[in-house]
Design a protein around this ligand. Structure first.
Ligand SMILES: [Zn+2]
Length: 532
């Protein structure tokens, strides 16, 4: 009886598993028509903004003397890897092996899909500056088509956020250009604790809570000791307390990049220039490395876009006389986050002037979802810091939720825009806060939403990693131009689906669908408007 039950159960289980497989396949096939529509939208986006993209890809200097695939094929294959969120070279190669997939790809792009090992071999020797220049050319085409026109600050400046992020991490040294940091960990063992007790007696009993806890760095050690033994005792006996802890160090290797991205309130976050961080004076110091990289990045930006009216938006690492000078030399405006402890003489001036600053205040109240948001804003113009004329703006924000929870935050910015009107201060605060977009719409999306920025597309070559990185930036640019258009947003809403689902539909369309060449030609001839 029992075995009978088991076999029935197994039969049901078996049936369920094959059902799941069949359901999945049928779901994929039914997604095919929507998938092709999204694919056509992407194709239209490229045709609209970059009608000569294929020629531009083919014009990149090929480092090989003989080749089966043209350089255009190689670059398109890599852009495709990111645009269709294949997430790894392997995933892409598996799709490539499917006959229908390769045929559809050929019909759309008029090129063969190269194997990713071939792409990788080329990327190891291709000069990544070429792809960066290509990316800048594409951005110029967008500027010419006035894509960012309605998002300009004061109707004049393109808003460019500058920020750095870690791209790849390694347990072992990956290449000669790897950056590295050494972390120190403190641990209190039982015998270490007993030694402490022998030396100081019962007074250190409360430090038993720290036994076997791993404390990362001197700051964490100091904080834990202050908490458990009091600040006076810790300060007096810091040397003997430290001796009781075992010390371990570990070294991490990584690459990090400084990005300049055009940002806009609709979600645009498009890379215009890239600079890889490198060692200065033999060790990694975040502020030093980033500010030095900014000097190199600024030169590139000026060379790519010499006459572009720009407002640089940067975080609390940047307010400094050298940064202000670079912006002055390039005739750029800027908005930088001003943190406590930065530029102390300027802080004293603001403190002295604030009581006299009666006229330059205004309040803004708004409701967003379940939050009532109150802003108290103030500004002071015509401040002087080492011969740089600055304005200071502050926004105190109070957020009150429908259940009475209150959150308060303070934002402060410095700018070389000479503020005269309340409306200018208001626009400036909104721009300053747009900086967070580089984290959310820029780095986080590239790291998490299928682009897999942190994936080691090449495990041995930094040169190849840089080339993949530039292809990712170009793919993300096309992706944003397509999916952030009002028409595409409405389409996705009407389908009652998500962007992630749309991408999956593209994959199923290429795998199972048969491309209607006439439809593509018809769409290519049709004029389409892109609004954001
Ligand atoms: Zn490396």
């Amino acid at each position: 009886m029992k075995s009978n039950c088991n076999s029935k159960f197994n039969a049901r289980k078996k049936k369920t598993q094959s059902d799941i497989k069949r359901d999945r396949l049928s779901r994929l096939r039914s997604a095919t028509p929507d998938g092709f529509e999204v694919l056509y939208e992407l194709s239209k986006t490229v045709d609209h903004y970059f009608p000569d993209l294929w020629a531009q890809l083919d014009s990149v200097a090929d480092p090989r003397s003989r080749s089966r695939y043209s350089i255009g094929c190689i670059l398109l294959g890599s852009i495709f890897l990111f645009l269709f969120k294949q997430e790894s070279r392997n995933g892409y190669n598996q799709f490539r092996q499917q006959r229908q997939f390769s045929q559809n790809y050929r019909n759309i792009f008029g090129m063969n899909l190269p194997h990713m090992d071939t792409v990788n071999a080329v990327f190891k020797t291709l000069d990544s500056n070429q792809l960066e220049r290509l990316k800048a050319k594409l951005v110029k085409q967008l500027l010419k088509k006035k894509v960012f026109e309605k998002f300009k600050l004061f109707g004049r400046d393109i808003q460019i956020v500058v920020d750095a992020t870690r791209t790849h991490s390694f347990a072992e040294k990956h290449c000669d250009d790897c950056l590295c940091t050494t972390h120190t960990y403190f641990k209190l063992t039982k015998s270490g604790f007993n030694n402490l007790k022998k030396e100081h007696g019962q007074i250190v009993e409360s430090a038993s809570a720290l036994i076997d806890e791993s404390l990362h760095g001197f700051k964490a050690l100091d904080k834990a000791l202050n908490k458990h033994l009091g600040s006076a005792f810790t300060a007096l006996h810091i040397m003997s307390l430290q001796k009781a802890f075992t010390v371990k160090t570990s070294t991490h290797y990584f690459h990090a990049v400084l990005e300049a991205k055009v940002v806009a309130s609709n979600g645009f976050c498009i890379s215009i220039a890239t600079e890889w961080l490198c060692h200065t004076k033999g060790f990694y110091d975040k502020q030093d490395c980033e500010l030095n990289a900014f000097k190199r990045l600024a030169k590139k930006m000026k060379a790519y876009f010499p006459r572009l009216p720009v407002c640089i938006i940067a975080d609390g690492l940047y307010p400094s006389a050298p940064f202000f000078q670079i912006c002055k030399d390039n005739s750029w405006r800027y908005i930088v986050t001003y943190k406590d402890g930065n530029l102390k003489s300027l802080r004293r001036d603001i403190h002295d002037l604030l009581p006299l600053n009666i006229r330059n205040n205004f309040k803004v109240n708004k409701t967003i979802k379940n939050w009532v948001i109150k802003h108290e804003n103030t500004w002071i113009a015509d401040l002087d810091y080492h011969d740089h004329s600055l304005s200071w703006v502050q926004c105190r924000e109070e957020k009150i939720s429908s259940n009475g929870e209150v959150k308060t935050t303070r934002f402060e910015y410095l700018t070389n825009v000479s503020l005269k009107e309340q409306s200018e201060a208001r626009e400036l605060i909104n721009s300053g806060r747009i900086r967070q977009k580089i984290e959310n719409e820029g780095f986080n999306i590239q790291k998490n939403n299928g682009f897999k920025l942190k994936h080691k597309y090449s495990r041995t070559s930094f040169q190849a990693l840089k080339n993949y990185y530039q292809c990712l930036q170009i793919a993300h640019m096309i992706d944003q131009l397509c999916y952030l258009s009002k028409r595409m947003k409405q389409t996705i809403k009407a389908w009652g689906t998500t962007l992630k689902h749309c991408i999956q539909n593209i994959q199923s369309a290429l795998l199972y669908g048969e491309l209607d060449q006439d439809w593509i030609e018809h769409l290519r001839e049709k004029r389409t408007q892109f609004r954001y």
